[in-house]
Design a binder for this molecule. Structure first.
Ligand code: PLP
Length: 465
């Protein structure tokens, strides 16, 4: 692989060694190499050449039990030997029913039903359609505007991109997006908190942007507010300040709009509890989950729905006008059920909290004085560092330097998978890297991740000659 400081950047056509011999449509069409994963070994992935990579970000978050969990594999084998799939228009299945029971049993009573999807983005679309049908069925058909947050991400479907707040990800697709959305700012303390403002004041000020947006749009037209409980990839592991969500809940209740929380990345244990909102003292009307739900062993997402929504639809239309061929896929549900049972039976929540503290400590030891690290933040095993050109002004690196791409490449060179992105300010530029180790990580694994990240960042910051 390339030496430090001379790594090829995304879109660099100077020496395009295009992935050859592949009929697959890859993400980066000019990538010089595509590593081929051939095996999993706990928190490690092995490539075709036998090189080991520690999965410091569980991919983009899913691989919470690592890559070779015996109980999940056994549950999947057992299910596939019985039946892998039967369409839910005709049949239910034990894994789907048991998984729904499990998810509801750990949620507040109000969240009484689970709608399954194949991904997090589909969970967003399902949540929007459930919201719409609920308002039609409860006699408020004028409600259709969804308010999201800048600097947020709720998936890459057209509806997800419209409600999410990343200009960068919308990019050329903007003309295709639904227009029933409005946005408020994020609760992003590092860049948003004003001089002299307390955390409480900041929480209230940012939450009350929702009230202002509702008044602007017209209270009777708004159906829902959607945001991530802990912001993931766009801003990089940003928890809300204490009190923010209580104020958001109050505003939603006051105006009769639904609160949709996106926990696709931060849910299912990632921040130390099955549902991240449990740490905020509130309950949403709908909550989207995915990623660590099935731990990467199968593609699966879901939306937990309140009994109020469920019952209104049941009592009026009696049918949710939505669905996918693989809705409630039995094999995927069996995998997810085994993943959730592993987390519970091994009490991995306490490991998440312990390892999260260690990761935070090591990141601070390594980066607190680093001239190009502006912020270290996160919750549980969802942590990030924000990389800046100048700590005192918080000025970002020129996006042309592609610090995120270089960091990813150098980390992979060193055998580390981490999740670096170049989108950490509301203007859509700025670099951060997220660390989301598997819940089974030991202290030695956490040390290996922090150490390799330090070396990769030093290399990524070296300018090309
Ligand atoms: C917060 C959040 N919501 C939704 C999604 C979309 O999930 P998926 O990639 O499974 O469609 C993601 C994916 O990164 C996410 O991080």
């Amino acid at each position: 692989m390339s030496a430090a400081g001379s790594i090829r950047q995304r879109g660099d056509r100077s020496s395009p060694v295009v992935v050859s011999g592949s009929s697959a449509f890859h993400r980066d069409l000019l990538a010089p190499t595509i590593r081929e994963a051939v095996a999993g070994d706990g928190v490690y992935i092995l490539d075709k050449n036998g090189k080991r990579y520690i999965d410091g970000s569980s991919g983009s978050g899913p691989s919470c039990l690592g890559h070779s969990n015996a109980a999940v594999r056994a549950a999947m084998h057992a299910q596939i030997d019985q039946i892998a799939y039967a369409h839910t228009a005709f049949f239910t299945s034990a894994p789907m029913e048991e998984l729904a029971d499990n998810l509801c049993a750990h949620a507040p009573d109000e969240l009484s039903h689970v709608w399954f999807t194949n991904s997090g983005a589909e969970a967003a679309d399902a949540a929007f359609k459930l919201t719409r049908q609920y308002f039609i069925d409860s006699g408020q058909p004028e409600r259709h505007i969804v308010i999201g947050r800048h600097g947020g991400y709720v998936g890459s479907t057209l509806a997800g991109l419209a409600a999410g707040g990343s200009e960068r990800r919308r990019g050329p697709f903007t003309p295709l997006l639904p227009t029933n959305t409005a946005h408020i700012g994020p609760a992003y303390a590092y860049r948003g908190m004003r001089e002299g403002e307390t955390s409480d004041d900041f929480a209230l000020r940012t939450a009350r942007e929702l009230e202002a947006a509702i008044e602007t749009v017209g209270p009777s037209r708004v159906s829902a507010f959607i945001c991530e409980t802990v912001v993931g990839s766009i801003l990089g592991a940003v928890p809300a300040p204490e009190g923010y969500f209580r104020e958001i809940r109050r505003i939603c209740d006051r105006y009769g709009i639904l609160l949709i929380l996106d926990e696709v990345m931060c849910g299912m244990g990632r921040v130390g509890s099955k549902y991240a909102f449990a740490q905020e003292g509130i309950c949403p009307d709908l909550v989207m989950i995915g990623k660590a739900l099935a731990g990467g062993y199968a593609p699966l997402g879901a939306v937990l729905v309140s009994s109020t929504i469920h019952d209104a639809i049941r009592d009026k239309t009696g049918y949710f006008r939505h669905g996918h061929s693989f809705h409630g896929h039995a094999l995927a549900c069996a995998a997810a059920l085994a993943v959730q049972r592993e987390i519970e039976q091994r009490d991995l929540y306490s490991n998440i909290r312990k390892s999260g503290l260690l990761l935070d400590q090591l990141l601070r030891e390594r980066f607190a004085e680093h001239p190009h690290v502006g912020d270290i933040r996160g919750r549980g095993l969802m942590q990030a560092i924000e990389i800046v050109a100048d700590r005192s002004t918080k000025e970002n690196f020129d996006p042309a330097r592609q610090i995120d791409v270089r960091l990813t490449e150098h980390a992979l060179d060193l055998g580390l998978i981490c999740y670096a992105l170049g989108s950490s300010s509301e203007s859509g530029v700025g670099d951060h890297v997220m660390l989301m180790p598997p819940y089974i990580a030991t202290p030695q694994h956490i040390e290996e991740i922090a150490d390799k990240l330090g070396r990769a960042l030093d290399r990524a910051l070296v300018r090309d000659k």
